[in-house]
Ligand binder design. Sequence first.
Ligand code: IFG
Length: 492
Amino acid sequence: MNIIPKPVSVVRRDGEFVLSASTSIRVAPAEPEILANGQYLAEQLQQATGFALPVVAAGNAPHPGAIELTMGGDDPELGAEGYTLTVTPERVTLAAPRPAGLFHGVQTMRQLLPPAIEASTAQPGPWPIPACAIRDYPRFAWRGVMLDVARHFFGVDVIKRFIDLLAYYKLNRFHLHLTDDQGWRIEIKSWPQLTIHGGSTQVGGGPGGYYTQEDYAAIVAYAAQRYITIVPEIDMPGHTNAALASYAELSCDGRARDLYTGTEVGFSTLCAEKEITYRFVDDVVRELAALTPGEYIHLGGDEAAATSAADYQRFLAQAQAIVQQHGKRAVGWQEMGRIPLLPATVIQHWLVDPAQSEATLHAVEQGASIIMSPASKTYLDMKYDATTEWGLQWAGFVEVRDAYEWDPAAVLAGLGEEAIAGIEGALWTETITRRDAIDFMTFPRLPGLAETGWSPRAGRSWDEYRARLAQHGPRLAAFGVNYYRSPQVPWA
Ligand code: IFG
């Protein structure tokens, strides 16, 4: 069976359950969130099969010809996201201690059906699910991807579709890089020029754009229904030209910066010496925290070449405190590991230069947990090879095998499993201008990252994985994803 990410244990059994128009989806307990998972499953099955499966409260007696979703019990090994899935010719039983586990089990169920199940138009069928017994739960809690919507802006519809694809591979974090030199993409009502002016362009000079607070709330809600936490990033003190162009008082010299449509980095900085800077940060974090049910706000902290070391430390000490005051946990890029961190702060490892690793290790020494995003494995804006139309290559070419054949606990000596929060791919968009380019650079490398974050370390092999990935080609095609047909994969 070609499930990605590979489950902890799968036992194939004889026979199959055949989905039909008379199949019912039965949930217990019949609580709103469990019913919602049943309804989500019915919706995922309806387009291709044409079956409008009823979602009903499960009675006491098990019902043949039913898909049963049951939440309960307290299996510590399954935890908050694990599940068991048992398929016999008579019935499908999906059980989990928590709703997220049911949701992940539904993704596995989808992948056990023929690829045509993912088509958006009616297909002939039949719809067999092979008999099996699956027990599954994730290795890491943080399994995500970052999309840079600052260099180039992408609207809510593109974001929602991207979230659908993340959910299919059991990812649970979506990090939105909302601000940078070229654009400010989230409305802040107390500083309206940030989007009116700072959101008015992008790399190359195009029209830019931004999310109103209603747009952002819609994205957050859509992600939450799929058990994905939105992690918003306000990159500071560097990567701030869009803010400095919108409010001259945020620069030390009081001079408004021009809007910037190039791709250089390291030239901008908020003014750490001015009080207004911290009122600005507090207003931004307050408004963003009120819109973000997730516990994290990413402060950036990368490439602050225009900020003195003293100013960098002073600014980010106060910025971390502001995030905490608004009830959230700060996340920061690797460079922040060099300065004192609040106990709750999470650090994101990305730099490939070994000389820079001491920042990550210093974060570990401070007790921070680490999100692993080594650019040479997880940066989805890296070209696959010299022929790739989009992307960069400063961290080297990253073919599908490169993005799969690594382990987060084997990247840095001194950085072991217990300090790792999980993994995150990063799609920077200096060169990414369209949705089909997002698709091409993200797929098929993202499923491999999802497996690296979810599946057991033991037993992973590229040769075994690529055979499963090959069978996802028709699924990605059914989703309408413009994926890169890597020559490394024997595509179905
Ligand atoms: N590094 C910069 C990004 C982007 C990237 C492109 C980080 C944390 C190179 N910072 O990655 O803004 O320019 O690959």
